[in-house]
Design a protein around this ligand. Structure first.
Ligand code: N7H
Length: 487
């Protein structure tokens, strides 16, 4: 598909709905294995008409907005999507799958060493059912918990009829109020998403619009990057992005979904913050904001575009004085350069700066926009209790201490999207510049990563996020599911 940024109508009635974002507080991820091709096809036949499309989700979002503006309660919705792994597509004898990129064909387990999933995060330690690749993943999402049960009953009806095995399931839940939109370390999450040309209806200030082909197969992608400038030895050497992906024509209107079950050690994180606060003399809330790039409230640590110049976002969480900073109009309205090129406000290795460097150069705007993902994560597990026993050094924690993020993201290439972010940026201490350090949250392949905190502190981080399973899936279009279901 030709590169370009021109708006192309996205076939919303073909695309599965979670690409547009279910955004529901209750979600279940059910992993399935097909005993053979015939049962897989039987199952696809039975379920494909129940798939909720992006058109339905977009309509529900419009209705939600309309009702909210009139003070009416939103309608409760429930959604269902179905995705297939490479193992599933192979069993179904999907045509021309050799055209897909290597990452998807090999799967997350096989890519573990490349991703830095080693030691505690190594696949040998992953929880069931991740000891082998599932064939399919059903995503159930609902406003009401009882609707998850209804969706599950419907799904199990089909799996029994087709003799499909449900090999495992994970429930995600928004945390109880007042932490509803916050993950387990306490940070508000999910506010910054790329706008998708042809899909996002009302982009907000600071929300860059990205060509749909970065997320959905068959649409224009980001224009080719200019060749990276030659950097002095030791500086970050931009890695040429893998070319836009090749794919079989039946995969048009599909998208790749990365699922990762990431366990979070909240006590370990809190202890580290206390100790590092003593070491640096920085307030705990500021130190947390330095690691992520936002305060726990979600307020950016960076100066937003319309803030007055005397304002110091390090003095105190700025949203305390100005709650409007947490609204859609302001929360993403910032850049990192020129005012913070050296990272004295937001360190260059802070999580959101590593993951989306905005206008920072290196790597430069064009490269930053070539590695965007649509995040669809949801927390799992019970809330942390302050008097909880310490997290065990060896082996998994007890169920009542097992919590984290069911991370998910959509992209048109796993190699340009998730894998690039994880391997080239999060895990590289020299990105964006030599000595900046590792991503403090998700860089897991070394025991003691370094983190540079300008002007004069260096922290040695611990591991608070452990990969306990995951997989790569493909979210086929409605027509592709019909084709895969066979005659
Ligand atoms: Fe991250 N966290 O809660 O601290 N993430 N993340 N993430 N993340 C973001 O801006 C978190 C993970 C991205 O556009 C925020 O919406 C945690 C993985 C990207 O400015 C917070 C885990 C990957 C962004 C967290 C985790 C990413 C982002 C700020 C694991 C990809 C958008 C909320 C347990 C490889 C950056 C917001 C932007 C934001 C947290 C995982 C990527 C608070 C705890 C595995 C692209």
């Amino acid at each position: 598909m030709e590169a370009g940024t021109e708006a192309t109508a996205v076939a919303l009635d073909q695309i599965q709905g979670n690409i547009a974002g279910f955004n529901k507080p209750n979600q279940r991820f059910v992993f399935l294995r097909f005993p053979d091709k015939a049962s897989g096809q039987h199952f696809l036949h039975a379920t494909r008409r129940e798939i909720d499309t992006a058109a339905k989700v977009a309509e529900a979002k419009r209705s939600f907005k309309w009702r909210r503006e009139r003070g009416r309660d939103p309608e409760a919705k429930k959604w269902f999507n179905l995705l297939l792994s490479m193992a599933g597509l192979t069993l179904l004898e999907a045509p021309e799958t050799d055209l897909f990129e290597a990452a998807f064909k090999e799967g997350m387990r096989a890519r573990a060493a490349h991703l830095g999933d080693v030691e505690e995060s190594a696949p040998e330690r992953w929880v069931p059912p991740f000891e082998q690749d599932a064939h399919a993943l059903a995503i159930l999402a609902a406003d009401l918990p009882e609707d998850i049960d209804r969706l599950q009953t419907q799904l199990s009806h089909h799996t029994h009829a087709a003799k499909i095995e449900e090999v495992g399931a994970f429930d995600g839940h928004a945390r109880p109020s007042p932490n509803h939109s916050h993950e387990h370390f306490g940070f508000r999450d999910g506010m910054s998403q790329p706008g998708v040309i042809g899909l996002t209806e009302d982009p907000k200030p600071g929300q860059e619009m990205v060509p749909a082909g970065e997320f959905i197969l068959g649409y224009p992608t980001q224009p080719e990057n200019a060749p990276p400038p030659v950097q002095p030895p030791g500086a970050y050497q931009p890695v040429p992005a893998p070319p836009p992906p090749q794919f079989p024509s039946w995969a048009t209107n599909g998208s790749f979904f990365v699922f990762r079950r990431l366990r979070q050690d909240v006590a370990g994180f809190n202890d580290f913050i206390k100790q590092a606060s003593g070491q640096t003399g920085l307030r705990e809330d500021l130190l947390e904001a330095k690691l992520v790039g936002r305060y726990k409230s979600g307020a950016p640590l960076e100066v937003t575009r319309d803030q007055d110049s005397a304002f110091d976002p390090q003095a105190v969480d700025p949203s305390i004085a100005d709650p409007s900073l947490l609204g859609d109009e302001k929360i993403n309205n910032f850049e990192f350069e020129p005012q913070d090129a050296d990272g004295h406000l937001v360190p260059r290795a802070a999580h959101i700066r590593k993951m989306y460097p905005r206008n920072e150069d290196p790597p430069g705007k064009a490269e930053a926009e070539s590695h965007r993902i649509l995040r669809r994560g949801i927390p799992y597990g019970p809330d942390f209790q302050p008097n909880e026993p310490a997290y065990p050094g060896e082996g998994p924690p007890p169920d009542n201490q097992d919590r984290g993020l069911l991370f998910g993201c959509y992209q048109s290439s796993i190699e340009r999207g998730f894998e690039f972010l994880q391997t080239q940026w999060a895990n590289q201490a020299s990105f964006p510049q030599e000595g900046d350090g590792r991503d403090p949250l998700i860089s897991q392949d070394v025991a003691a990563p370094e983190f540079n905190l300008p002007p004069d502190h260096h922290l040695v981080l611990l591991r608070w996020v452990i990969t306990t399973g995951g997989g790569y899936f493909f979210s086929p279009s409605v027509d592709a599911l019909r084709l895969l279901a066979g005659p």
